[in-house]
Write a protein that binds this ligand. Structure first.
Ligand SMILES: [Zn+2]
Length: 57
């Protein structure tokens, strides 16, 4: 389903690309996560991917 509305597209990309990475175990958590789902650590850092960006481990 193509998204033609730029505003909607922006929101979707924000939600898809904004992830949080645990500094302790490196697990990727949802962008709204408060703590890591794997090790329950609160030490999360946000990550923002760009278009064409490759996944950094
Ligand atoms: Zn963790």
């Amino acid at each position: 389903m193509p998204l033609n509305d730029p505003e909607l597209m922006r929101i979707v990309m924000d939600r898809k690309l904004n992830k949080k990475i645990c500094r302790r175990c490196g697990a990727i958590n949802p962008y709204r996560a408060i703590k890591c789902r794997r090790c329950k650590s609160y030490d999360l850092r946000p990550r923002k991917l760009r278009f064409g960006g490759k996944k950094i481990k």
